[in-house]
Design a binder for this molecule. Structure first.
Ligand SMILES: Cc1cc2nc3c(=O)[nH]c(=O)nc-3n(C[C@H](O)[C@H](O)[C@H](O)COP(=O)(O)OP(=O)(O)OC[C@H]3O[C@@H](n4cnc5c(N)ncnc54)[C@H](O)[C@@H]3O)c2cc1C
Length: 329
């Protein structure tokens, strides 16, 4: 049998992120093409109970590093532990989610394992025995295909929300192995205190995002977007203009120098649609733009456009959605 395919799950707040199941689904497809097995790795604290959930996605083997020192993602702790776990598997390919932490981890693991790294890919395939990965370039205007020289181990981070979660109902049971955190975990000088104060979905994972731009006029007006987000179960994003104005934290910025997101629905409110913003959200499945300027470039990208003053539109729209939800349940 060929070498296995290895995926790394990401845990936040004691739960596996949906993108962990997406990479497991991508990994299962490749493992089937190779005629090999799929191995999932995850590291965290008090996470042994998560293995059953991962098993549903066609995983043959799960390696868990469970230790209080691994409670939050930190390069100093996670990289040596996961690099060690990957060496145990000796895989043909490693896949992990291209979240903020995932991309950080991927770069560090690639350096440590001397692997060929492709970040933020939208597809990965095996063709004639060669791994090939597709990634967007030029702010999402084109795609490039990368391939690896024979013998080189590919390490690929996959953009969240581009892969369907496929749970094969084949009753497969995974062999679960707990590894001792054998590599010395250095005392980190950094302690993560809090992850997400809002309790809303994270931007890169969210299926719906409502984003505000300079048109929101001031920080307090984002309360209107938050209300809409709460009704829709959405995350809140922002343009760089809104972030630079100090209305939102940088973590909310969508775009070339912010986060790349790929939700099912992206609602851009008071955002003009600069190329650097489109680079971060242009691949969303449906884009709705709300802007009072009918010539705003965002309308060139949007599937649906609302030419309206956002301060008129937002409260009425939120109210309508609220009513719709109460009648439809
Ligand atoms: C190297 C580089 C990297 C960058 N990276 C990013 C990035 O990651 N993300 C990003 O977003 N930008 C980025 N930018 C900045 C980008 O070029 C734009 O300046 C920015 O996206 C503009 O933000 P905006 O659309 O909110 O503001 P504006 O372009 O000022 O647009 C505001 C819009 O709001 C509308 N509006 C105003 N009032 C109302 C109202 N009452 N009702 C309805 N509509 C209204 C206006 O018609 C206008 O279209 C980058 C720029 C550079 C040079």
């Amino acid at each position: 049998m060929s070498k296995c395919v290895c995926i790394i799950g990401e845990i936040r707040g004691g739960k596996l992120l949906r993108s962990s199941f997406e990479v497991a689904s991508a990994g299962r497809t490749i493992a089937d093409s190779l005629g090999s097995s799929l191995c999932a790795l995850f590291a965290g604290s008090g996470i042994s109970g998560l293995t059953a959930e991962m098993e549903r996605y066609g995983v043959d083997r799960i390696i868990v590093a469970d230790d209080p020192a691994l409670e939050h993602y930190l390069p100093e702790t996670h990289v040596p532990v996961l690099a060690d776990a990957i060496r145990r598997c000796d895989p043909a390919l490693v896949i992990l989610p291209a979240t903020v932490d995932g991309k950080d981890l991927a770069a560090r693991l690639a350096a440590r394992l001397d692997a060929g790294l492709a970040q933020d890919c939208t597809r990965i395939v095996l063709e004639d025995g060669t791994f090939r990965a597709q990634r967007p370039i030029f702010a999402g205007k084109c795609y490039s295909w990368l391939e690896w020289a024979p013998g080189e181990m590919p390490l690929v981070s996959v953009r969240p929300n581009v892969t369907d979660c496929l749970a094969p109902a084949d009753g497969r049971r995974a062999e679960v192995e707990s590894i001792p955190v054998a590599v010395p975990v250095p005392r980190s000088r950094v302690k993560e205190v809090e992850l997400d104060v809002s309790g809303r979905a994270g931007l890169t994972e969210a299926d719906i995002i409502v984003s505000g731009g300079r048109g929101m006029k001031e920080a307090a007006n984002f309360g209107m977007l938050e209300e809409l987000a709460d009704v829709l179960g959405a995350a809140v994003g922002a343009s760089r203009a809104a972030v630079d104005s100090g209305w939102r934290p940088h973590a909310d910025q969508v775009g070339q120098t912010g986060k790349v997101v790929n939700p099912g629905l992206y609602i851009a409110v008071g955002i003009s649609g600069a190329i650097q913003h489109l680079a971060g959200m242009g691949s969303s499945r449906y884009i709705v733009a709300v802007n009072k300027d009918p010539d705003a470039p965002i309308f060139g990208k949007a599937d649906y456009g609302v030419v309206e003053d956002l301060f008129q539109f937002l409260p009425a729209f939120t109210e309508e959605i609220r009513k719709l939800k109460s009648t439809c349940g």
